[in-house]
Design a protein around this ligand. Structure first.
Ligand code: AMP
Length: 945
C-alpha cells in the first residue's frame, strides 16, 4: 500500500521534484494531528522507521523531513510500479488531493483577472478531472478535504471543486506555491480558501469603497472637463487603485505603522496626491493653470512631484511621504527603500513595524527595468531590508504603445521577477473592488506576519492613451474597441451594490455630486487628512535649510580626544584571532598613534568616522567590498579567524555612541546607490557614504547621478549630503579600472549643486569627510579617491594635521621656492601631483610651482588666487592631468583657471597650456608599456611644453 502511494506520487506531474512540498505539508499536518491526514497517508507515516525514536509531535521537522525523503528515495529506487492491493477509493483520494494542489499551483492561469477579457487563457491540463483520472461519475463521492480550508473534513468532489474554482479561478489569481516555507503557504491558503477569495463585506465597508472609487473617477472627470488634452497621466481604467491604497494605509496604521513611504510613476499620481495624500485641489488647479512658481530651482512637472501629509487611522496618526520621481520609472523603487530604512533606523525599528514601504509599478516598467530585480535582491539583506515591501502594479496591459504580447516581455506575468524572493503574487481584476480589498488586506497582513515582500498585480486598463494628448487606437485597435464599450469600475460596482440592495441609485448618484461640490469649493477630498499634523512623525530639516555655499569650514578636533578614540580603534579583544596581514595593519596604526610612523589614508579616514561618531553623528558606509576596502586600506571590519565572527572597532568607541553601520553591498550600482540617495535625503544628521569597487563602476548608476544626485535639489528642493567614494587614478590597470569619469560629474555641476573633490593626503580626506557633516549645508560630495596613494610614502599626514587643520580646497606649492623665481606654474589634481614633484626634484626645476586643486567644483577661484598671488614673474601656466584631453577636468574647469591666473599675470592665464594624454575614445590604455610612456610624457610635458 505505502509503496503504491509513493509510486503514484513520484510519477505524477506536480508531485515530483520541487512540487513535492505537498508531501511535506501532509507530513507536517500529520505531526500536528495524525487524524488530520487521509488514512492512507497516516498509515504510511505511522510506518516510517523511527528517527531518534520515531516521528512525533515534538520531533523537529527538518531532520524528519530529510529522513522521510531519504527513505522515499530509497523506496522509489527499490519499488516496482505495481499498485497491488490499493483500493480504488484510496487511489482516487490521492488524486483528489492532487487536484486540490493543482488548483493552488495553477488556478491563476484560468482565473478571470482581466477586466477586458483579452487574456488568452491557455488550457491547463492539471485542472481537468481526466488528468487526475477522475470523472463526472466521481462528483458525488465524498472525499477527505485534506488541507483545503472549507470548514469540513470531507465533502463530495463537486463541492471541493466548486470551492477551488471560487477561490482560485474567479477574479483573483494567486501565485504562492513557489514559496518554500510551508507555514507561509498554509497561511495564504487559509486566507483565500476560507472566504473563497471574496469575503462578505458589510454594507458600510462596501459603501466606503464606492465612495473612494467615486473620488478616483470624479477627479479625473473634473480635470478632463476643465483641461481637455492636458497631460495628467490619468487613472481612468485603474480607479480601484485608490480604495486599495486607502485600505493599505488604514490597515497598516491599525497595526502600528507610523510612516508610509510611497514610490510611484506618473499614472494615477495626481489622483493619489489629491484623494489619498490630501493635496489641495486648489493647489493642483493652480499648477494646471501654470500659476505655481518655486522660490528657487528649476521645479518639475506636476506628475513628478512628491508630497508629505499626515492621515488618521484606527491606530493613530500616520505620516505619508510620496517620493519625488523622475521619468526613469523604476529607479524610485530603491530610493524608497533607502528612505524607509533611514526612518526605521531613526526609530530603532529593526523589524520594520513602524514604517511601510509601498511601491507602485507600471506593468511594462516592472518587467523591463533591471533595477526592480536589484531591489528584490536587497529585500532580505541586513544592510538594506525594510521588513517587506508592498508592491502594487497598476497593470494596464500596455506600455505606452507597446503591446504585452510578443514585445513587452518574455515572462507570463509582468510580476514574475518577484518570484526570485518567493514573494506571493496576487493578480486581481480591477473591476472587482471586493476582491481587490481582500487581496489588499491579505497583502498587508502577510507583510506584517512574515516581514517579506508581497505583490498585488491590479489588472486594469487605460481608458485613454499613454497621456491625454495621445490617441491609442492607432496602435492598440482591438484593445480600444473593447475599452470603448466597457463601463467604468465605479459604474459596475455601483450597479452591483444597487442590485444587491446595499444602497439605491440616488445614494450612488449623491456620492458623485458631493465629490464634485467639494472639488468646486476647493475642499480637501482625502477624508482621513489631519489638518494639523504631528511634526514629531518626521525629521525636522530646518537646521539644514537656507545655507549658501561655503567650503571653508573649521573641522578641527581636540587632539587628546582623538588620541583616545584612535586608541579605542586599535583595540581588538584577545579572543578575536586576527589574520596576519590585518594584524599588521592594526600594528601599524598603533605606531601611527605613537608617532613612530606617519599617518596613512586608511587610519585618517577611519578617524574621520570615529570623530564624527564621537560628536553625535551616525555614520553609514556601504559599497562593494567596503568593510575591507577594494585595496585593503580600511579593514574596518575584523574577521575572527577561529569562528568567522566579526569585530568592528568603530562600533565600540564609547557607550551610547551613535550607530556605525558598514556593509559590503550586493554587487549592484544602480540599486545600491539609489538606496543610499534615499537614505541620505531622509537622514540629514549622518554621514552616508557609498563606495564603488573601482570608480568606473559608477557608470552603472548613471541614472541615479543624473536624475537624483545632481539635480534633485534644484528640481524638488530635496537636500542630500551623500558622499560617493570613487577610486580614480591612472596606474596602468586598463580602460575599465582607471577612471571614475571625473568629466561627467563636472559636466553635471552647476549652481553649486554638488562638490567634486580630489583629495591627495590623509589629512585631506579626514577633513573633507568631516566637513560634509559638521557644516549644516547638505550637498552631495563626489570624491575621486585614490588607489596607489593609499600606500604612497609621501602621501602621509600627522595626527596634528588632523587635529588642527581643515580641508584645503587648494594646496599651495609645498616646496621651498622663492616666489619671485617662479616662472612656470603647474596646476593639477590628484595623484599626478606626486609624479610631478618627484620629476621636479630629480630635475631640480625650482622655477616651477606645483599647486593642487583639491576641489574642482565649486571651483575655489579665490583660494587659488591666494595660493598663487605671489608669483608675480609668472610666464607660463600648464594644467596637468592624467586623463585624456577629452576627459578629466580640462574642458570643464579651464575657464576658472584662466580667469584666476590672468589676475596674477595678465595674459598668462589666457594662454593656459595642457599636459595630459591625447584625446582618446577609451579612458586609458590597456598596455602597461603604453601607459608608462604616456605617464612619463605628460609629466615631462608639464615642465617642458
Ligand atoms: P518626509 O518625511 O519625506 O515627508 O518629509 C517631511 C518634510 O521634511 C517635507 O515636507 C520637507 O519639508 C522636509 N524634507 C524632507 N526631506 C527633505 C530633504 N531631503 N531636504 C529638505 N527638506 C526635506
Amino acid at each position: 500500500m505505502q509503496e503504491g502511494i509513493m509510486e503514484l506520487m513520484w510519477r505524477t506531474s506536480h508531485m515530483s521534484g520541487g512540487n513535492a512540498h505537498y508531501v511535506e505539508d501532509l507530513y507536517e499536518q500529520y505531526l500536528a494531528d495524525p487524524g488530520a491526514v487521509p488514512d492512507e497517508w497516516r498509515q504510511y507515516f505511522d510506518s516510517l522507521p523511527g528517527y531518534e525514536g520515531g516521528p512525533s509531535r515534538d520531533t523537529p521537522l527538518a531532520p524528519v523531513r530529510d529522513r522521510f525523503y531519504e527513505i522515499s528515495r530509497d523506496q522509489r529506487r527499490a519499488a516496482p510500479a505495481a499498485e497491488g492491493g490499493e483500493s480504488d477509493v484510496s487511489r482516487k483520494q490521492v488524486r483528489v488531493l492532487q487536484l486540490i494542489n493543482a488548483y493552488r499551483f495553477r488556478g491563476h492561469q484560468r482565473a478571470d483577472i482581466d477586466p477586458l477579457g483579452l487574456r488568452v487563457s491557455e488550457s491547463v491540463p492539471d485542472l481537468e478531472l481526466s488528468f487526475h483520472q477522475l470523472s463526472d461519475a466521481d462528483m458525488d463521492t465524498e472525499f477527505q478535504t485534506g488541507s483545503l480550508f472549507i470548514g469540513k473534513d470531507s465533502a463530495p468532489l463537486k463541492e471541493i471543486i466548486q470551492a477551488l474554482e471560487q477561490t482560485y479561478c474567479r477574479t483573483v489569481g494567486c501565485e504562492f506555491m513557489h514559496i518554500v516555507n510551508t507555514e507561509e503557504k498554509r497561511w495564504i491558503q487559509q486566507r483565500f480558501e476560507s472566504v473563497r477569495s471574496r469575503p462578505d463585506y458589510s454594507p458600510d465597508v462596501r459603501k466606503h469603497v464606492l465612495e473612494r472609487l467615486t473620488a478616483a473617477e470624479g477627479l479625473e472627470n473634473y480635470l478632463a472637463s476643465k483641461y481637455p488634452g492636458t497631460k495628467r497621466f490619468g487613472l481612468e481604467g485603474g480607479e480601484t487603485f485608490i480604495p486599495m491604497i486607502d485600505e493599505m494605509i488604514q490597515r497598516s496604521g491599525s497595526y502600528g505603522a507610523r510612516e508610509v513611504v510611497i514610490g510611484m510613476a506618473h499614472r494615477g499620481r495626481l489622483n493619489l496626491l489629491v484623494n489619498i495624500l490630501g493635496k489641495s485641489p486648489g493647489e493642483l488647479i493652480d499648477e494646471f493653470d501654470g500659476k505655481k512658481m518655486l522660490a528657487q530651482g528649476s521645479g518639475d512637472v506636476k506628475y513628478h512631484q512628491g508630497f508629505s501629509s499626515n492621515v488618521m487611522t484606527p491606530g493613530g496618526e500616520v505620516h505619508l511621504a510620496l517620493a519625488f520621481n523622475p521619468s526613469h520609472l523604476e529607479i524610485v523603487t530603491p530610493v524608497v527603500e533607502g528612505s524607509v530604512r533611514a526612518r526605521q533606523d531613526r526609530r530603532e525599528d529593526s523589524e520594520g513595524d513602524q514604517v511601510l514601504p509601498l511601491v507602485v509599478h507600471g506593468d511594462a516598467a516592472m518587467a523591463g527595468q533591471g533595477v526592480v530585480m536589484e531591489t528584490f535582491q536587497m529585500s532580505q539583506l541586513r544592510g538594506y531590508k525594510t521588513g517587506g515591501t508592498v508592491h502594487v502594479v497598476i497593470n494596464n496591459q500596455v506600455g505606452f504603445t507597446t503591446s504585452r504580447r510578443d514585445d513587452a516581455r518574455s515572462t507570463e506575468y509582468c510580476t514574475d521577477i518577484a518570484k526570485m524572493v518567493q514573494a506571493p503574487i496576487f493578480h486581481v481584476n480591477g473591476d472587482d473592488p471586493d476582491a481587490v480589498l481582500h487581496a489588499t488586506q491579505v497583502a498587508i497582513d502577510y507583510r506584517q506576519q512574515f516581514k517579506k515582500d508581497v505583490v498585488i498585480d491590479l489588472i486594469c486598463y487605460r481608458r485613454r492613451g499613454h497621456n491625454e494628448a495621445d490617441e491609442p487606437s492607432g496602435t492598440q485597435p482591438m484593445m480600444y474597441q473593447k475599452i470603448k464599450g466597457h463601463d467604468s469600475s465605479r459604474t459596475l460596482y455601483a450597479r452591483r451594490l444597487v442590485e444587491e440592495g446595499v444602497l439605491d441609485e440616488d445614494d450612488a448618484r449623491a456620492l458623485v455630486d458631493e465629490y464634485r461640490d467639494d472639488l468646486d469649493s476647493g475642499n480637501h477630498v482625502a477624508n482621513a487628512l489631519v489638518q494639523e499634523p504631528n511634526s514629531n512623525l518626521f525629521v525636522d530639516w530646518t537646521p539644514y535649510l537656507g545655507h549658501s555655499w561655503s567650503g571653508d569650514v573649521d573641522t578641527s578636533f581636540d587632539l587628546k580626544r582623538m588620541q583616545e578614540l584612535a586608541t579605542k580603534m586599535c583595540e581588538i579583544p584577545d579572543d578575536v584571532d586576527v589574520q596576519r596581514q590585518v594584524s599588521r595593519v592594526y600594528e601599524d596604526r598603533r605606531k601611527m598613534l605613537a608617532g613612530s610612523l606617519p599617518l596613512n589614508w586608511g587610519f585618517a579616514e577611519t578617524l574621520a568616522y570615529a570623530t564624527l561618531l564621537d560628536q553625535g553623528h551616525p555614520v553609514r558606509l556601504t559599497g562593494q567590498d567596503t568593510g575591507r576596502g577594494t585595496f585593503s586600506h580600511r579593514h574596518a571590519v575584523v574577521h575572527n579567524q577561529k569562528n568567522g565572527d566579526t569585530w568592528t572597532p568603530l562600533c565600540h568607541l564609547r557607550p551610547n555612541q551613535p550607530g556605525f553601520t558598514i556593509h559590503d553591498s550586493f554587487l549592484s550600482e544602480a540599486g545600491a546607490l539609489a538606496f543610499e540617495y534615499g537614505y541620505s535625503t531622509t537622514m540629514p544628521n549622518a554621514l552616508i557614504a557609498w563606495e564603488a569597487q573601482f570608480g568606473d563602476f559608477v557608470n552603472g548608476a548613471q541614472v541615479v547621478i543624473d536624475q537624483f544626485i545632481s539635480s534633485g535639489e534644484t528640481k524638488w528642493g530635496r537636500l542630500c549630503g551623500l558622499a560617493l567614494l570613487l577610486p580614480h587614478g591612472y596606474e596602468g590597470q586598463g580602460p575599465e579600472h582607471s577612471s571614475a569619469r571625473l568629466e561627467r560629474f563636472l559636466q553635471l555641476s552647476a549652481e553649486n549643486n554638488m562638490q567634486v573633490c580630489v583629495p591627495t593626503t590623509p589629512a585631506q580626506i579626514f577633513h573633507l569627510l568631516r566637513r560634509q557633516v559638521i557644516r549644516p549645508l547638505r550637498k552631495p560630495l563626489v570624491v575621486m579617491s585614490p588607489k596607489s596613494l593609499l600606500r604612497h610614502k609621501d602621501a602621509t599626514s600627522s595626527l596634528e594635521d588632523l587635529a588642527m587643520g581643515k580641508f584645503q580646497m587648494v594646496i599651495p606649492d609645498q616646496g621651498k621656492l622663492e616666489a619671485e623665481n617662479v616662472k612656470r606654474l603647474i596646476l593639477c589634481a590628484g595623484k599626478v601631483y606626486y609624479d610631478l614633484i618627484s620629476w621636479r626634484e630629480e630635475n631640480e626645476r625650482y622655477d616651477t610651482a606645483v599647486v593642487r586643486i583639491e576641489q574642482l567644483y565649486p571651483f575655489p577661484e579665490e583660494t587659488l588666487f591666494e595660493a598663487i598671488s605671489d608669483y608675480s614673474n609668472l610666464e607660463r601656466v600648464v594644467w596637468c592631468q592624467e586623463e585624456p584631453k577629452n576627459q578629466g577636468a580640462w574642458y570643464q574647469s579651464q575657464h576658472h583657471m584662466r580667469r584666476v591666473v590672468d589676475q596674477v599675470a595678465a595674459g598668462v592665464g589666457s594662454d593656459l597650456g595642457f599636459a595630459g594624454r591625447p584625446e582618446s575614445a577609451a579612458p586609458a590604455a590597456g598596455y602597461m608599456a603604453v601607459h608608462s610612456e604616456q605617464q612619463r610624457s605628460l609629466v615631462e610635458g608639464a615642465f617642458e611644453s
